[in-house]
Design a protein around this ligand. Structure first.
Ligand SMILES: [Zn+2]
Length: 276
């Protein structure tokens, strides 16, 4: 533990990515924001913000980071969208980046996916074999210090143990540093750490759903799971044929007991779905 816990602003790479997304949205999608104005009574407070993948590919910064760290890069896009929604005074709508029209070289079959493909972006045409239940997943947990007002948001991962703040309450920690003249006893430090409590209000849940999918032309092929979220949840049914664009991942729970076959350890986290 270092004496100084700093909360840095975005790294240079992040700042470049944020700027590049903003430029893309401003140059190509200003009409989307204009049309969103006054649509705050939509039943679904989610707007799928469809972006042509070729626009991403043409931008040096975005194509680099989108391919290298796709999930983080999408997260940053959604952050820019959140800010721009506020700037355009489009109330109560959450825009979610949905990149579409991936180039043909991204197209892969499910049966061709291997461990080496993890972390890569694929586009795959599949038939839906099974649809799991709608699940609420805690995406951002808000922790509050029981002693003071200090709050900290901790991003969470799907199907993993809940993450707590790394350290104690920053304000109480600073106070204790003064009181103990820079040498905080271990018990005091542990007590400060446990003072951060999860709050229900302010924590952010999102809907996800698992789809079991396989290649369309091979009914005996091994299916894999696709994780879908937000507006895609409860949209698809068994037998549907769709194009899934997403990132190949390792299933974090390979021995989940409702899955009899533990070989299915690759999954795809979909960032967009095209109905065919
Ligand atoms: Zn505190």
């Amino acid at each position: 533990m270092s004496d100084e816990r700093v909360f840095p602003g975005p790294s240079p790479a992040q700042a470049d990515t944020l700027n590049a997304w903003r430029e893309l949205f401003e140059s190509k999608h200003s009409e989307d924001f204009t049309s969103l104005k006054g649509t705050d009574c939509l039943e679904q407070p989610i707007f799928p913000f469809e972006v042509d993948y070729r626009d991403i590919d043409r931008n040096d910064v975005l194509s680099l980071y989108f391919n290298e760290i796709p999930e983080k890069t999408i997260e940053l896009a959604n952050e820019v969208l959140r800010t721009m929604v506020a700037e355009y005074e489009v109330s109560d709508i959450r825009c979610i980046l949905r990149p579409l029209c991936l180039p043909p070289e991204r197209t892969k079959s499910i049966s061709s996916l291997r461990m080496r493909n993890r972390g890569t972006i694929v586009s795959t045409v599949v038939r839906i074999k099974d649809v799991g239940p709608r699940l609420g997943y805690l995406q951002e947990a808000l922790y509050e210090c029981a002693r003071c007002e200090y709050r900290e948001t901790v991003k969470q991962k799907i199907a993993r143990e809940r993450m707590r703040p790394e350290g104690p309450c920053q304000d109480c920690f600073d106070k204790a540093m003064k009181t103990f003249e820079g040498k905080i006893p271990y018990v005091v430090y542990e007590r400060l750490k446990s003072s951060m409590k999860l709050t229900a209000e302010g924590s952010f849940y999102k809907d996800i759903q698992y789809l079991s999918v396989s290649d369309i032309d091979d009914s005996s092929a091994q299916p894999i799971w696709v994780v879908i979220d937000d507006e895609y949840v409860d949209t698809y049914k068994i037998g549907d044929t769709v194009r899934i664009n997403g990132v190949v991942q390792i299933d974090p729970v390979p021995d989940r007991n409702f899955m009899k076959d533990t070989r299915r350890i690759l999954q795809i986290h979909a960032f967009s779905i095209e109905s065919l």
